[in-house]
Design a binder for this molecule. Sequence first.
Ligand code: KIV
Ligand code: NA
Length: 281
Amino acid sequence: VTRKTLADIGQLYESSQPITMVTAHDFITSRMVDQAQVDINLIGDSLANTTLGLQDTNELEFEEFLYHVKSVQRGNQSSLLIADLPFGSYEQSPEQAIDSAVKLIKYAKIQGVKLEGGDEYTLPTIKRLVTIGIPVMGHVGLTPQKHNSLGGYRLQGNSVKSALQIYQECLDIEKAGAFAIVLECMPNKLAEYITNNISIPTIGIGAGPSTSGQVLVISDMLGMKDPSENHVAKFVKSYENFFTKGVEAISLYHKEVKQAQFPVAEEHGYKIKRDVFEEFK
Ligand code: KIV
Ligand code: NA
């Protein structure tokens, strides 16, 4: 298998074919993304609040993130691999961002990074990364690392001022050299307008059907999170119910062991050889 490249993504965009991206966080989930032939496997910092059970993405340590990025790389041989730059690993300076991105590329062999924001500090960082040959994906709208200042996880671009700001950020991010931009949680029409007025792909989540591509987090789309503990955003489509199915399967196993019904079937055990049996009877 050959891994998809930036050129492949560019080709999809040029021919107006939708781009698919899925966030997978470890070996076992990235195998699924690989087999499903998804274009881009994002290793998102959503790792924090999904797979790791942390409060928010801001709690994620760079080293624990790196450990997961490596496992995704081992599991997925076909998708373009893009990793988030976690909170605290890139904001101080372009140098800090380069340092973090280089670590991810050297040790986890990913192809590019994603970082949140299109402000005056982030833009030079994007430019520097791109200049040294590191593909960058931007991310605007609902940027979870800023949830404290955004006042929670809520719809963005819902006022003229906010919508214009998001659009301007997209123009700036494109100019800084990013190859694509994630548009998260904004009115469909705004995402459509942005998509029609910039010349790099937009990847939407909670941004409607008119973006150049879509992204979902694997634990959301497969229903892997405990539904009693987790609120799932309105824009997520649940394609499966892994948590419920998993609990059912494990409960059945638990019951069968307690009732001595497993492992009694012949195929779940090994026959002893005659001479060994003679010794142990
Ligand atoms: O961390 C993540 O999974 C993301 C996507 C939702 C875009 O940033
Ligand atoms: Na993220």
